[in-house]
Design a protein around this ligand. Structure first.
Ligand code: ADP
Length: 395
């Protein structure tokens, strides 16, 4: 048995899971939040129900990693650091450099940092997590798993924007997509659940969380996806606008007296989507609660569903067919009403929801009727286990 860690490092947080492999058993998991701020929060869940929670001064990621590893020893979850055979890190942007996960060498780490120009909020934080573990566990294999690499199979026809070709040639200005690890995981599970090889399936995977994207998957490969150069494009999300006509930007900037384009982009990333439309919340639960009395909340919900329905239709056309639609992530796994409305919106494809089977949250199951021409599946995503598997595969 080997023990591996899957890491998701943000600018002020570090989420982790410790696995026994190849059993894929979660031995412990936890999160360190508010790194670098006063009273950082440190929590660990282990032994099926036991937990440790406290606040501490954690000035940077290195201190967080040190504390976390020491705690694993103190709680006897590990006997020594030597038991850890590999550490895998989620990295947002791999650009065109990484079409698969990669063992982290000095060059790979430099490239991850360079690709911060594609994901300025994420890659530098991801690299910080990698450096922290490398410093404390220098001899242990470190693997980077990119949100973009699953989408590197997209054809030019789907990843190029219709802008002067030289912008792609000179600057790699193109669609990259995100959530790749999640789309890959749920499509593999769907194939297993349906008992059909991935090679024979045309799938639309709907990762509907606070960040949301759809992916068209044919023969196990990403053909198209709704996020773009950055995660701002595509669907209406919690706080992101999704697709808009970019000519709106200079118009709004002039009307609203916004001088800096970055400020405008910030509004599209943080003040738009469900939050901006409803004026209430970015959280679907709040909107459902208020939809009966509040027109704006009701409209935001309808717009969310409408964009998902449109993209499913577009991807069914892109693949010239669709065998399965998968729902995953916070909304996809838990929002019964939204799943029902979306599937009713694509009944023209022969998709039919079974309301009894759909009446559940967070459970892996087929939720379409036996007679449905398109299988509809609920598959809780598991990006961490994909990271653990990649550590095994690459170490
Ligand atoms: P993130 O992109 O931050 O990882 P998640 O996948 O955790 O997001 O999804 C978070 C979203 O899931 C919340 O914004 C909320 O709208 C939605 N959600 C969670 N539980 C429910 C529920 N029971 N009903 C409807 N929506 C839910």
């Amino acid at each position: 048995m080997s023990k591996t860690m899957a890491i998701n490092a943000g600018s002020s947080s570090l989420k982790w899971k410790l696995y026994a492999m190849p059993e894929e058993e979660v031995l412990a998991s936890g999160i360190v939040e508010r790194i670098g701020l006063d009273n950082a929060l440190f929590s660990i869940d282990y032994n099926d129900g036991e937990s440790v929670e406290r606040t501490a001064d954690i000035s940077n990621h290195e201190v967080a990693v040190e504390m976390l590893l020491k705690e694993l020893i103190d709680l006897s979850i590990l006997n020594s650091f030597d038991e850890i055979t590999g550490v895998g890190h989620r990295v947002a942007a791999g650009g065109e450099s990484f079409s698969d996960s990669a063992v982290v060498t000095d060059e790979v780490l430099k490239e991850i940092e360079r690709l911060g120009e594609l994901a300025p909020l994420h890659n530098p934080a991801n690299a910080m997590g990698i450096r922290a573990f490398k410093k404390i566990l220098p001899d242990i294999t470190s693997v980077a798993v990119f949100d973009t690499s699953f989408h590197q199979t997209m054809d030019k026809v789907n990843y190029l924007y219709s802008i002067p070709m030289e912008y792609y040639e000179k600057h790699n200005a193109r669609k990259y997509g995100y959530h790749g690890t999640s789309h890959k995981y749920v499509s593999q599970r769907a194939s297993e659940m349906l008992g059909k090889p991935l090679e024979d399936l045309k799938i639309v995977s709907c990762h509907l969380g606070n960040g949301a994207s759809l992916c068209a998957i044919e023969g196990g490969k990403s053909v198209d996806t709704s996020m773009g150069f950055t995660p701002l494009a595509g669907l209406t999300m919690g706080t992101r606008s999704g697709d808009i006509d970019v000519s709106l930007l200079p118009f709004l900037m002039e009307k609203e007296g916004i001088a800096d384009i970055n400020e405008m982009i910030d509004i599209l990333n943080k003040q738009s989507g469900l939050k901006g439309l409803s004026g209430i919340s970015s959280d679907m639960r709040d909107l459902h609660e208020q939809a009966a009395e509040n027109e704006q909340a009701a409209v935001a919900l309808r717009i969310f569903e409408n964009r998902v329905i449109k993209y499913i239709g577009a991807y069914a056309a892109t693949m010239n067919g669709v065998d399965a639609v998968i729902f995953t992530a916070g909304i996809g796994e838990n929002d019964i009403q939204t799943r029902q409305n979306i599937i009713e919106g694509i009944s023209f494809l022969g998709a039919q929801i079974d309301n009894e089977k759909n009446d559940c949250r967070g459970k892996e199951r087929v939720i379409s009727t036996d007679g449905s021409k398109v299988a509809v599946l609920l598959v809780p995503t598991d990006e961490e286990v994909m990271i653990a598997r990649d550590i095994e595969r690459l170490s």
